[in-house]
Ligand binder design. Structure first.
Ligand code: PGA
Length: 240
């Protein structure tokens, strides 16, 4: 089974480090799709300089395709670069920039028009988990994904990232991850399911061994090429 190891660099990777990472990349492994998601302003150079099959994605895109939208970057602009993936609905965008389901639906639509693949993020806050409402919340977040979206993106990639596990050093337990991934695979048959939230080299094998986990979306630990390559190596070993 193919594994997906994706690195979300957020606003954390300096330009020189980003270019060094992609231009020296030699960590591609059999049966592993490795991709990094640099800042918008580094995308052009990263795409030009990337080596050995490393895929490149953007961290967001506009709900609009063109026009008077100061500061926005459209799906078409990204497609023209030769991008591979685009993150949609990361919890930081939902929480800090107030992105709504309507906006996320519009972004998926724009990506479908230009043939770019989304990585659709979902996941609950600690409050929601404590209240026992994880699946109600996921159900709401996934209202954005209908038959049109399932057909447009084959396979559709979903990243389950509990908000309380992102950047905190606390990962969800194996049983919590397994429970959500089992629910997701029933709800979205055929989707590729990633886990994200404080994934490190040290816990990556344990998480990749959880049934229903096809790959990882990694923040902080993806900034180092050595770490990222070592995780790809583990994923490749587990892919057979
Ligand atoms: P983290 O971030 O691995 O640093 O917790 C994951 C993410 O936000 O995608």
């Amino acid at each position: 089974m193919k594994r997906y190891i994706f690195g979300n660099w957020k606003m954390a990777q300096a330009r020189t480090k980003a270019i060094e990472f992609v231009s020296r990349w030699s960590g591609s492994k059999e049966n592993v799709e490795a991709a990094v998601f640099p800042s918008f302003v580094h995308l052009g150079e990263c795409i030009r300089e990337r080596k050995n099959g490393l895929k490149i994605g953007a961290q967001d895109c506009s709900t609009e395709m063109e026009g008077a939208f100061t500061g926005e970057v459209s799906a078409r602009m990204l497609a023209e670069f030769g991008m591979d993936y685009v993150l949609v609905g990361h919890s930081e965008r939902r929480a800090r920039f107030g992105e709504s389901n309507e906006q996320l639906k519009a972004k998926l639509h724009q990506l479908s028009l230009v043939g770019l693949k989304p990585v659709f993020c979902c996941g609950e806050s600690l409050e929601i988990r404590k209240a026992g409402k994880v699946f109600d919340l996921l159900e709401k977040q996934l209202e954005v994904i209908g038959a049109a979206e399932m057909n447009a993106f084959k396979p559709l990639i979903i990243a389950y990232e509990p908000v309380w596990a992102i950047g905190t050093g606390v990962t969800a337990s194996s049983s919590e991850i397994e429970e959500v991934h089992a629910w997701l695979s029933k709800k979205l048959p055929g989707a590729v399911l990633l886990y994200g939230g404080s994934v490190k080299l040290e816990n990556s094998e344990q998480i990749l061994r959880i049934p229903g986990v096809h790959g990882l979306l990694i923040g902080g630990a993806s900034l180092s090429p050595e770490n990222f390559e070592a995780i790809c190596q583990i994923a490749s070993r587990l892919s057979v």
